[in-house]
Design a protein around this ligand. Structure first.
Ligand code: SAM
Length: 480
């Protein structure tokens, strides 16, 4: 299928309205074309190689045909292939993280976000460095090792220097056994120079949600403030990569515009990054818009059912098999359970979306961004993951050993990810169980670790992992 060259175009030119409309028309024409659907599914299926598996992925047009298809038998097959891909590259490991809200000062006018500048009744708050420390200690005491920092856009209250100072503070907190090992950053689109500074500060993934790929809707939903500039926002990942950040995380805020339009735009964005920078997005997040303080309910006209949401996740899994997928506590336990099956590889746990929320006894609502649907503790989420057949992982090894960007992707493609990720997941899970878990969770965890160790194919790897696990249980040695 001839699709013009993404390499020669800027992100905003490549992800364009005409191509998305053509894609949707092509998907409608072919949604009952069983032969084509079978071919697309076959293309997406993982192929076994000598060292592991490879996957071809799908173009945005191919994946859009699957998303449009309403045949229950074919949809069932989509879910099966998505699960196969997930097993091939991620196994049953699920990485855990928590968001850390630094500041809700914001100069933008986003119509769906309670942090919008005109909201006069939300409490505005920005953490001091002492408060950042206290929040980090509270997160470490739960067992978190990986954070995603969040802030509104405000060049006076939250300039890049403030964000950099917070990152430095986070990495400097050594409390009991609990260092934060990876700080991902979700802040507004910025300059190449600022991305370079974030890279130098040692961030993990730079995450920025597109919100919507529909340019007209984007401009309506972001009427005022720097975020109004669609091209500047859409080209942020190119600037981030130019600034040296290898791992970038895409996302759409589902519910703002029509999901099929967003889906095609999201995949085109991934294609653009792969073509221009040689590496696609490290992660894709799938947030759904939630009701929030001072938000007009009409913003939520495009909400999607849980069934469609799961199908979208499965189709993303088929299209970009090597990209991690993230689901947050915006979703309920039941939805998260379904999404895990079809390809999610990272979940947040015990999140609080208010500024300074982790140090409060009760979940505060006065400064929060949105209500979280999954309000379980980290211990409960870890136990639930194990009881539903997953290995909760606190691993950050790839990032710290420099396996980011294309080096991470080649590890993933070589199949070697299986040999090093499972042992790392089991070791970091042991750290969690020894240092933070309840008695009940620990018991379930030790049993799971024993079973999973037996499944590691290489004897020497199995032996080393078992030795490290024993060392973690019997000493203060951590972070192998
Ligand atoms: N200020 C940064 C920006 O503009 O990209 C990022 C930080 S903001 C705290 C993180 C994300 O929260 C936004 O990108 C948006 O997708 C999401 N968000 C905003 N309002 C929301 C709502 N009502 N429900 C769910 N997610 C929301």
């Amino acid at each position: 299928m001839a699709i013009y060259n993404p390499k020669s175009l800027k992100a905003e030119e490549f992800i364009n309205h005409e191509e998305i409309l053509k894609t949707l028309a092509y998907a409608d024409e072919n949604k009952n074309n069983d032969k084509l659907i079978d071919e697309i599914l076959e293309k997406a299926r993982p192929q076994k190689t000598k060292t592991g598996y490879v996957c071809a992925g799908l173009s945005h047009r191919e994946a859009s045909v699957l998303l449009a298809c309403e045949n229950p038998e074919k949809i069932k097959k989509m879910f099966e292939v998505a699960e196969e891909i997930k097993q091939a590259f991620y196994g049953n490991r699920i990485v855990l993280f928590a968001p850390l809200y630094l500041s809700n000062y914001c100069v933008n006018g986003c119509l769906y976000c309670p942090y919008h500048a005109k909201n006069k009744h939300i409490g505005r708050k920005k953490l001091t460095q002492e408060e950042v420390k206290a929040e980090v200690i509270a997160l470490q005491d739960m067992g978190h090792k990986r954070l995603a920092i969040e802030a509104g856009e405000d060049p006076v209250n939250n300039p890049i220097e403030y964000i950099l100072e917070c990152i430095k503070t986070i990495y400097s907190v050594h409390h009991k056994n609990g260092d934060i090992r990876r700080v991902n950053v979700n802040i507004a689109a910025t300059t190449v120079e600022n991305y370079r500074k974030l890279k130098e500060a040692g961030i993990g993934t730079y995450i920025l949600f597109q919100e919507t790929y529909h340019k007209n809707s984007y401009e309506t939903l972001h009427p005022t403030g720097p975020k109004h500039d669609y091209a500047y926002h859409t080209e942020a990942m190119d600037r981030a990569m130019e600034g040296g950040i290898d791992d970038v995380g895409l996302g759409v805020l589902f519910g703002l515009d029509k999901y099929r339009y967003e889906f095609a735009g999201l995949l085109m964005h991934a294609e653009h990054l792969e073509a221009v920078h040689g590496v696609g997005p490290h992660t894709i997040s799938v947030p759904r818009v939630k009701h929030a303080d001072d938000i007009d309910p009409n913003v939520f006209d495009n909400s999607i059912s849980d069934e469609m949401f799961t199908k979208i996740a499965a189709c993303i899994r088929l299209a970009v098999p090597y990209t991690g997928m993230i689901i947050s506590t915006r979703e309920t336990e039941a939805v998260r359970a379904k999404m895990l099956q079809v390809g999610i590889s990272q979940v947040s746990g015990a999140s609080r979306t208010s500024v300074g929320g982790y140090t409060e006894e009760e979940r505060p609502h006065d400064t929060e961004q949105f209500d979280v649907s999954d309000q379980r503790t980290l211990d409960e989420v870890v136990r639930w993951l194990m009881e539903t057949g997953h290995i909760p992982s606190f691993c950050t090894a790839c990032y710290r050993e420099g396996r980011t960007g294309d080096r991470f992707m080649s590890l993933c493609k070589s199949g070697q990810i299986q040999n090093c990720c499972t042992p790392n997941a089991l070791m970091t899970l042991t750290e969690y169980l020894v240092d933070y878990a309840s008695e009940e969770t620990r018991k379930i965890g030790y049993r799971l670790i024993e079973d999973e160790l037996k499944k590691i194919p290489k004897e020497n790897v199995r032996k080393i992992a078992a030795e490290h696990i024993e060392a973690i249980k019997n000493s203060n040695k951590r972070d192998f």
